[in-house]
Design a binder for this molecule. Structure first.
Ligand code: DHB
Ligand code: MG
Length: 222
């Protein structure tokens, strides 16, 4: 009986083109000692396609890590597009910058160094983002969702990573701060009138997790 890893391998081999630039980016971030928590390739391509489906030209990413998902997003916005990505760890940002340069997309990506909670307010008043990918410290999910709505516009697409966490999200009694962050993020998406949202469970090479997808439905409060 095939396993979900076999399915992940089949889907990845069949639907994704071999890409030495992306392989090099992953090697660089793993060699730099980062945990292998970047989005799985099938998930990265999902994000990429979603960005293209939305026709997004301005993308905000919270949580750069080594820039793997950033490269996928940068390719999706095209040469005239822009990706702003926020990373708290300077060593990660340095690896990401090198990865973006190797991928030939550094000119359309700006890495902002600092914690999301510090950097996001500095983006207030700029052109709205068309798509926001939230993939940073899970404890701050609700803060990031609030900023995503503020920095977006009606129609802005929001993707929130890691909302299932091996199923633990369904445990109302959890004491795990990351699971609590996932739960609170989902609860906010379900109750805050600025969002219309759903979430999907995913099973890929990283295991059982999920992503929430939301759209901003009312103008951000100011
Ligand atoms: C973790 C963070 C992630 O963004 C991810 O995709 C998987 C795990 C974590 O911090 O545990
Ligand atoms: Mg993640």
């Amino acid at each position: 009986m095939p396993t979900h890893d076999d399915v992940d391998a089949f889907l990845t081999e069949t639907l994704l083109t071999a890409d030495p630039t992306l392989d090099a980016a992953l090697r660089a971030q793993h060699e730099a000692g980062m945990p292998a928590i970047e989005v799985a390739p099938v998930n990265a391509k999902f994000l990429h396609l979603l960005t293209r489906v939305a026709g997004a030209r301005r993308v905000l990413e919270i949580g750069t890590l080594g820039g793997y998902s950033t490269i996928w997003l940068a390719r999706a916005v095209g040469a005239e597009g822009r990706v702003v990505t926020i990373e708290a760890e300077p060593a990660n940002a340095a690896v990401a910058q090198a990865n973006l340069e190797r991928a030939g997309v550094a000119d359309r990506v700006e890495i902002l160094l600092g914690r999301g909670t510090e950097v996001l307010p500095t983006l207030d008043g700029g052109e709205p983002f068309d798509l926001v990918f939230i993939d940073a410290d899970k404890e701050s999910n609700t803060v990031y969702l609030d900023w995503a709505a503020r920095l977006g516009r009606p129609g802005t697409v929001i993707v929130l990573d890691n909302v299932v966490r091996g199923g633990e999200v369904a445990d109302a009694g959890t004491a795990d701060s990351k699971v609590l962050g996932a739960r609170r993020g989902i609860e906010m998406l379900g109750t805050d009138p600025r969002f219309d949202a759903t979430a999907l469970q995913t099973l890929d090479r990283k295991g059982w997790d999920g992503i929430a997808l939301a759209i901003v439905v009312t103008p951000a409060a100011s």
